[in-house]
Write a protein that binds this ligand. Structure first.
Ligand SMILES: CC(=O)N[C@H]1[C@@H](OP(=O)(O)OP(=O)(O)OC[C@H]2O[C@@H](n3ccc(=O)[nH]c3=O)[C@H](O)[C@@H]2O)O[C@H](CO)[C@@H](O)[C@@H]1O
Ligand SMILES: C=C(OP(=O)(O)O)C(=O)O
Length: 430
């Protein structure tokens, strides 16, 4: 299994191109199941999750072609991929594939909307909490579906004549359930109103793509989304929005290791709450025309308390990285995780680098230390693994991060991007 070796102590200097967002690309790719025409997506990141999802969609009958190898664009590899699904050949998404990635469960929405039937395994994904699917089931039932759970599979059937537009109030904010119900409702009969919907930029990106395909959607980005069902959707061309989590991660790396970096092809407006927290910690951040410029002071980090919340609050996907930053603050900070009950597995690994962190329920108390020291550590989930890499950049000596397959789910060419900015980071393959 590959490992990442980091030798800390070098400030970062240069330009990092930001990739297309994993968490936008996944629902956008799934949306290709809604049409028999071609959906073309640009700026698709090359990530393990994207490759796996393409395999899953291949099983449902989606023909996928990547524009002659990868295209060089703006100093990075942003792929243009064509998805074409003339007919859905299989309405079952099997345990073998779905257990590896939670987002693949979302195919249930388009399969049900287009074919009237879906059999999808209960999902897997990072081990950061129990991750139930009750909201998906309640929401799809509200649109008229009959749903049973049989031997680990969710078996769903639409009424004769298709799903029915209805009013549904999410009892709690869920990004995945918002994506899924929005996709399902595009082909329902009548108008669906989703209340207490997730407002994440990735929901807006999906809505924009669906609208380009002919869907009638209003209010994405607000708590109330209204979808007027149409009889069919057409093809479209859509560019995946920049990855705000990758953006925030590199900004925190600079804040922690020190230096001066421009993050290209991104947008500060996508992560205002995280930028506010990084600034409060002492880094200087200036939005540019095409990205963000950041100056970090490494040894002069201020403690900042944060609480993770649905968008526009501080994102749970940046919590581990921010904790990494806080381990070297001059004082004590508190981080409250409200989205996932088990998203603190990086705490014991950061402690191996010399961090002083205690946990009480959903609150972590981080007492900043003067120095971190390199050590062998283990990645436990996607964002935890990158928090160890950025802590390693600021630590004295050598850190090796094992189980980097977690990292490969969500960070495109991490070693290359950091190395170009002067960091000593390499992948060791066996
Ligand atoms: C609101 C939020 O921050 N969502 C994050 C969540 O999205 P993801 O779509 O994976 O998760 P949800 O937004 O659905 O989950 C939000 C909360 O709702 C709960 N829930 C969800 C579905 C359901 O049927 N029943 C239920 O109780 C979850 O356990 C969780 O506590 O993880 C992703 C990967 O880390 C992040 O990119 C998203 O930003
Ligand atoms: C945990 C993540 O992904 P998933 O929901 O697929 O586990 C993530 O994107 O941080």
């Amino acid at each position: 299994m590959d490992q990442i070796r980091v030798v800390g102590g070098n400030p970062l200097k240069g330009v990092i191109p930001i990739s297309g967002a994993k968490n936008a690309a996944l629902p956008l790719i799934i949306a290709s199941l809604l049409t028999s025409d071609t959906l073309t997506l640009e700026n698709v990141p090359h990530l393990a999750d994207v490759e796996l999802l393409m395999r899953i969609l291949g099983n449902h009958g989606v023909d996928i072609s990547v524009n002659g190898r990868r295209e060089r664009q703006q100093d990075g590899y942003a792929r243009t991929i064509h998805f074409n699904c003339p007919t859905i050949t299989d309405t079952t998404a099997s345990y073998d594939l779905v257990r590896k990635m939670r987002a693949s469960f979302w195919v249930i929405g388009p399969l049900l909307a287009r074919e009237g039937i879906a059999r999808v395994s209960l999902p897997g994904g990072c081990a950061i909490g129990t991750r139930p699917v009750d909201l998906f089931i309640d929401g799809l039932k509200a649109l008229g579906a009959e749903i049973e759970i049989e031997q680990g599979y969710v078996e769903a059937k639409a009424p004769k004549g298709g799903l029915i537009g209805r009013h549904y109030v999410f009892p709690k904010v869920s990004v995945g359930a918002t994506h899924t119900l929005m996709m399902a409702a595009t082909l329902a009969n009548g108008t669906t109103v989703l209340e207490n919907a997730a407002r994440e930029p990735e929901v807006v990106d999906l809505a924009n793509c669906l609208k380009a395909m002919g869907a009638k959607i209003e209010g994405a980005g607000t708590p109330t989304i209204t979808i007027d069902g149409v009889t069919s959707l057409s093809g479209a061309r859509h560019t995946v929005l920049p990855d705000r989590i990758e953006t925030g991660t590199y900004a925190m790396a600079v804040a922690m290791a020190g230096g001066e970096v421009t993050l290209e092809n991104t947008d500060a407006a996508l992560l205002s709450s995280a930028i506010e927290a990084i600034r409060a910690a002492g880094a200087e951040i200036t939005p540019t025309e095409t990205g963000i410029h950041i100056v970090g002071h490494g040894d002069d980090i201020r403690p900042v308390d944060i609480t993770t919340e649905p968008y526009p609050g501080f994102p749970t996907d940046l919590q581990a990285q921010f904790m990494g930053l806080m381990t070297r603050a001059k004082g004590t900070s508190r981080i409250v995780e409200t989205i996932f009950e088990n998203r603190f597995m990086h705490v014991q690994e950061l402690a191996r680098l010399g961090a002083d962190i205690s946990l009480s329920g959903q609150t972590a108390t981080i007492r900043g230390v003067k120095e971190l020291h390199g050590a062998p550590v283990m990645a436990t989930d996607l964002r935890a693994s990158v928090s160890l890499v950025i802590a390693g950049l600021a630590a004295k000596g050598e850190t090796t991060v094992s189980r980097v397959y977690h990292l490969d789910r969500g960070f495109e060419r991490l070693e290359e991007k950091l190395t170009r900015c002067g960091a000593v980071v390499e992948r060791i393959s066996d």
